[in-house]
Design a protein around this ligand. Structure first.
Ligand code: HGY
Ligand code: MN
Ligand code: MN
Length: 413
């Protein structure tokens, strides 16, 4: 069993095939959750899994599960998976690498006629990115009970389109009750999306922790007025106030260096006219830190600043802190480490800066993540890149970490 290996070229070709769905001119992917492009990606995943004998199920929030029977199907399944939705300027690998590593493992087990004790499952989680609908990790969050199904069904995108209607429209509003599968462990392979593995020339990141995340919607309400006739001291300028807040969160991260990060990535300005002082500005704030206490202190400082700024500037600042995700430990990471050592891959312990579906799966089953290097640590960017060899190494480690949990009965006839 130890010499069982995946086929790196086949995995790479599948990633390139999937990348054609929503391909952008700069070589990335724009495949937002629950769009027709997401449907095409989901359909291709299902087709590939059915071709190696898997059964497909879809749950009420559109999560997909491809199942390969074990010798004893009453045992909890050993699972892997990730996401197929991307950022608007996404790359070819974020999420997709994890899903297609699962597909490659199914192909490898199938063609080698491997019998495992427990069943193996590969999953596609709905809207991991949280770009079109908030929050991120939405499908896995509903699955583990962090979010209510009904509330998430009613979420709307920027054009007011309702999530449940989109699930129905693309044919992925499943009837399987969320959270009802018999799972025993969950592993996820993912590019690191940071620079450490590449900088240190390491093959595998054994992910021990997922950092904490706090998301806010901020609304600043001032007063529209004429850009030419309104003296500076009489303004209630929602844009200038927002600029203060955004530069303040950057300083907040600086005061909590080296691990704190803070980002505003989304903004709407009303009336968005060059010669009218903005009356209302809505924008996102994303604060993260691997230490829950530091992240709580950052939250407190940020909210206090918004209160004070509102009074100083005579504007209203509404802060909706709608998503908090505390740092999470991965309890099955040792499987990843053992697998990497068995195959002679270099490895280090690392923590995840991005959110991942495995972070929520860790609520319900022992979970582990396998990180692989990506070029320049760049992700959420169309130039996101890695190599076939790095993808192959991570997928081999994923397969053996899973087989360690699933138990091997036989290889070949
Ligand atoms: O936000 C994240 O970390 C992930 O890309 N959804
Ligand atoms: Mn991802
Ligand atoms: Mn992402």
């Amino acid at each position: 069993m130890n010499d069982l290996r995946i086929k790196g070229n086949r995995l790479w070709d599948s990633i390139m095939e999937m990348a054609k769905i929503g391909a952008t001119k700069k070589g990335g992917c724009n495949r937002l959750a629950l769009t027709d492009l997401d449907r095409q990606a989901r359909d291709l995943f299902c087709e590939w899994c059915i071709s190696v004998g898997c059964d497909i199920s879809v749950d009420q929030i559109g999560n997909i599960f491809a199942r390969r029977s074990g010798v004893d199907d009453t045992l909890p399944a050993v699972c892997t998976g990730s996401h197929l939705d991307t950022q608007p300027t996404g790359g070819k690998f974020d999420g997709v690498y994890g899903v297609l590593s699962g597909v490659e493992i199914l192909r490898t087990l199938h063609e080698n006629n491997v019998k495992t004790k427990a069943p193996i499952e590969v999953s596609v989680w709905t809207n991991e990115e949280g770009s079109r609908f908030s929050p991120a990790m939405q499908g896995s969050g509903v699955y583990v009970g962090r979010f209510s199904l009904e509330e998430e069904w009613d979420k709307r995108d920027i054009d007011g389109i309702r999530l449940k209607d989109e699930l129905e429209r693309i044919g992925y509003l499943g009837d399987q009750k969320v959270g009802s599968r018999n799972m025993g462990a969950f592993f996820e392979a993912h590019i690191e999306q940071g620079p450490i593995l590449e900088d240190e020339n390491i093959d595998i990141g054994v992910v021990r922790l997922g950092q904490g995340i706090r998301w806010y919607d901020v609304e600043v309400v001032g007063r529209e007025s004429h850009a030419g006739t309104t003296p500076m001291h009489l303004r209630a300028d929602a844009m200038a106030a927002s600029a203060d807040i955004i530069s303040q969160i950057e300083q907040l991260a600086g005061r909590n260096a080296p691990n704190a990060v803070a980002t505003t990535g989304f903004m709407q300005i009303y009336p968005n006219s060059r010669n009218t002082i903005p009356g209302t500005v809505n924008f996102s704030v994303d604060l993260r830190n691997p230490d829950a206490d530091i992240l709580a202190a950052m939250d407190k400082e940020f909210q206090a600043y918004c209160k004070k700024l509102a009074a100083d500037r005579g504007v209203i600042v509404n802060v909706d802190h709608f998503w908090y995700f505390e740092p999470v430990e991965f309890k099955a990471s040792d499987n990843v480490k053992i697998a990497a050592e068995k195959m002679g891959y270099s490895h280090i312990d690392i923590y995840a800066g991005a959110g991942h579906d495995a972070c929520y799966m860790a609520d319900i089953v022992p979970s582990g993540m396998v990180f692989t290097p990506c070029e320049g640590g760049i992700s959420h960017n169309e130039i996101e890149n890695t190599t076939p060899e790095q993808c192959e190494a991570g997928c081999n480690v994923l397969m053996h970490a899973m087989l360690e949990s699933a138990g091997l009965v036989s290889v070949g006839d």
